[in-house]
Design a protein around this ligand. Structure first.
Ligand SMILES: C[S@@+](CC[C@H](N)C(=O)[O-])C[C@H]1O[C@@H](n2cnc3c(N)ncnc32)[C@H](O)[C@@H]1O
Length: 274
């Protein structure tokens, strides 16, 4: 069996929740297509693919255009992406990092390789843009970062070949998901407290209004016979929004807080309608 791993490190990457999410999916006897409208690093998608649990097509989307461009580059032009990453790896240095960070490549494949390179060498593997849409994370302190994992990139490219990949706001899943499909929502989490707030994934953050619209969408899909699963932080708001559904509380340690002393156990929830 092929093992597929995310080719990007992504804030909110689901490494720790993964076994639990996979276990929930396995409770379903069968589902048709799989939809992940906040795909980010795609941790669940790749885990399900690794276990042969996705058989009937996948729809992966995210509002982050640069991210989706990287997915499409790996899906359609993996040789070119690998070639460019090997060049980045051979030239990698402090100076080179900042030169690449300042560059705006002309082609989508070059931009895909640039994003993967910066993602694997920058501080904390963060992806962050400033208000002008420019990547602004400093270099990380890695002695020997893996810049080109050729084996995984080739495997992932094959896996993505059968997926529909698009830049879309999460609401678009309503047009695509049919009865019997499975939708997994991994939105930017509701902040547990102001200091723990980490919702700067894209240029525009994700408000409580967005969380409420997402909960409505969850209910709408559910009434149409779609299997729906969502993860979020365990806050009063989230407990209220999904009170009608099955809420499983899980303990996970989060590494994405910028203040090391605030890292540690936080409670998260997995909500399902099945
Ligand atoms: C918590 S991350 C997803 C992490 C992902 N599941 C993983 O395994 O890495 C949330 C994602 O939602 C995306 N996002 C934010 N607002 C969105 C919106 N309105 N519609 C779709 N995606 C959005 C962000 O770009 C980000 O990639």
């Amino acid at each position: 069996m092929t093992d597929y791993r995310p080719f990007l490190k992504w804030a909110g990457g689901k490494r720790q929740l993964l076994p639990l999410l996979v276990a929930h999916v396995k409770r379903l006897e069968a589902f048709k297509a799989f939809h992940e409208p906040f795909v980010g690093g795609g941790a669940l998608y790749f885990a399900l693919r690794s276990q042969n649990l996705i058989g009937n097509g996948a729809f992966l989307s995210d509002v982050n255009f640069r991210l989706i461009e990287a997915y499409q580059g790996v899906a359609t032009s993996v040789d070119d992406v690998i070639g460019l990453l090997k060049t980045h790896a051979s030239k990698h240095s402090n100076e080179y990092f900042y030169a690449v960070r300042a560059s705006v490549p002309a082609t989508s494949v070059e931009r895909a390789a640039r994003l993967i390179y910066l993602n694997h060498t920058c501080f904390n593997g963060l992806y962050r843009e400033n208000s002008k849409g420019l990547f602004n994370v400093p270099i990380g302190r890695y002695t020997n970062p893996t810049i080109c994992d050729e084996h995984n990139l080739r495997a992932v490219s094959v896996a993505l070949g059968s997926a529909a990949i698009a830049v879309r706001p999460f609401e678009a899943v309503l047009d695509a998901a049919k009865a019997g499909d499975l939708v997994y929502f991994d939105p930017p989490y509701v902040p547990v407290s102001r200091t723990a707030s980490f919702t700067a994934y894209a240029q525009n953050g994700f408000s409580m209004n967005d969380q409420a619209r997402l909960a409505e969408l969850f209910a709408e899909l559910s009434s149409r016979g779609v299997f729906v699963m969502l993860s979020n932080s365990k806050t009063d708001e989230v407990m209220d929004l999904y009170a009608r559904f099955h809420i499983n509380v899980v303990h996970a340690s989060r590494a994405m807080n910028s203040k090391p002393d605030r890292r540690g156990k936080v409670e998260e929830v997995i909500v399902t309608n099945f």
